[in-house]
Ligand binder design. Sequence first.
Ligand code: 13P
Ligand code: SF4
Length: 301
Amino acid sequence: MTKQEEIEQLKAKQDAVILAHYYVDPQVQEVADYIGDSFYLSKIAAGLDRRTMVFCGVSFMGESGKLLSPDKVVLMPDAQADCPMAHMVTKEEVEQYRREYPDLAVVCYINSTAEIKSWSDVCVTSANAVQIVRNLPNRDILFIPDKNLGRYVASQVPEKHVMPVNGCCPVHDQMSPKEVSALKEIHPNAQVLAHPECNAQVLELADYIGSTTGILKFAAGSTSREFIICTENGVRHELERQNPGKHFYFPDTEPICRDMKKITLDKIIHVLRTGQNQASVPKAYVPSAGRALEQMLNLAR
Ligand code: 13P
Ligand code: SF4
């Protein structure tokens, strides 16, 4: 029996479905029932009618799945797969802003721990951050923990006072604008598509800025045949699958999220067999972190 066949058998036995982010390995993407960006996967997790979900991604994704579907079993193929940015703000920072700005809304990127979400008013993903911040009644916005997405949102919603803290995704933040410009010289007709977690210098070079799903939709709808892609390299698989004949170039120092790449078929089999690595959220954070996520789903409709 192949690993893929074994996964199919175990899924049926455990009444399970597999959710995967575009940044995991292509082999893992191919066994997934649902594959998407963080926003899409949250909506799927919130509405699932199966007993178990295997979340192929990093720990904040499993926590969010559990918060949105508390009665479901959420299995994490690798319990150590974690997003470094998810920890990059302190409670003291948030409390200080709350003291300074009485009408503050704390807007929390979904790439954050459940504890950080519990200090926040609403969660966002890269697919809905601009829309949600624009529609909030508050003018003063603390954006945690991604400074790059926060700065991008501030540029798109100039009528608000958006204050980003200092966290970032190491994979996107370290992308070099020089490498992107060098690629553009070699492929002058290529359109540059960038994720808003990239640094400001890379975003300045972009023809389109959006979430992973946004990048996929843009590439599919564009008449261009060539694209320079400024995001994690796992997206290449779906870009090439959807667009035969189009060409996708990544910066030479290809952006790879080591944590997303920890997910393997063997680890999926292991958790489906054993029920190990269940995502859980400390009780103290559940009500307010859950509310911040539900609020996102309501506001982004
Ligand atoms: P999206 O899924 O919103 O595109 O975000 C990318 C990301 O970094 C997930 O970890
Ligand atoms: Fe975190 Fe960046 Fe990896 Fe996404 S790509 S999980 S933001 S480190």
